[in-house]
Design a protein around this ligand. Structure first.
Ligand code: HEM
Length: 149
């Protein structure tokens, strides 16, 4: 093997190593956004969240709690929260779940009613049920800080 071909092989191997490393570190930085992508990204999330808020406001089991609420702001915070929870590039800027809900005397029945409304909204926008379940599973740990009664 002459020196030139040896040099070419070394350069090719280094280039392969560099590109492999670059793609691995890009993946590590982007994290796992599979759920976010399955939900249709920020646009998909904000679309079903708008329906979700409308369904909640029409749900006699829980709508009294929202009579003083700025519902546009609520929809935008929920979109941010679901975007972040699903691995998307958002940062939730609202209050903590415990702080927001602390004086509302939320029961398990209220919590389940709201989760059901979210599922109805996702169903309406053709989110597959396996994807719905993955988002609902991310919300389950919030039951503890939200339910106080
Ligand atoms: C998984 C369940 C829930 C999630 C993820 C959730 C999330 C949120 C978020 C992100 C906000 C906005 C926070 C902010 O204003 O800084 C909010 C506000 C609110 N939540 Fe919840 N929530 C849940 C369950 C419930 C339940 C069961 C009720 C009562 C039936 C409820 C009643 C409210 C009300 C009334 C507000 C508005 C407060 C205001 O106007 O200042 N939430 N919630």
């Amino acid at each position: 093997m002459n020196i030139l071909s040896r040099l070419c092989k070394t350069i090719a191997a280094s280039a392969l190593f560099v590109s492999l490393f670059a793609s691995l570190s890009a993946h590590a930085q982007s994290g796992n956004d599979a759920l976010y992508q399955s939900l249709g990204g920020k646009t998909g999330i904000s679309t079903f969240v708008n329906s979700f808020v409308a369904i909640v406001l029409d749900d006699a089991r829980i709508n009294k709690a929202f009579k003083e609420t700025d519902t546009e702001r609520l929809a935008s915070l929920l979109t941010e929260q679901f975007c972040e929870l699903s691995g998307g590039p958002c940062k939730y800027s609202g209050r903590s779940m415990a702080d927001v809900h602390k004086d509302m005397e939320v029961t398990n029945a209220h919590f389940n009613a709201l989760a059901e409304d979210l599922q109805i909204a996702m169903e309406k926008h053709d989110v597959p049920s396996s994807v719905q379940n993955r988002l609902i599973a991310k919300l389950a740990p919030m039951q503890r800080p939200i339910v106080t009664k």
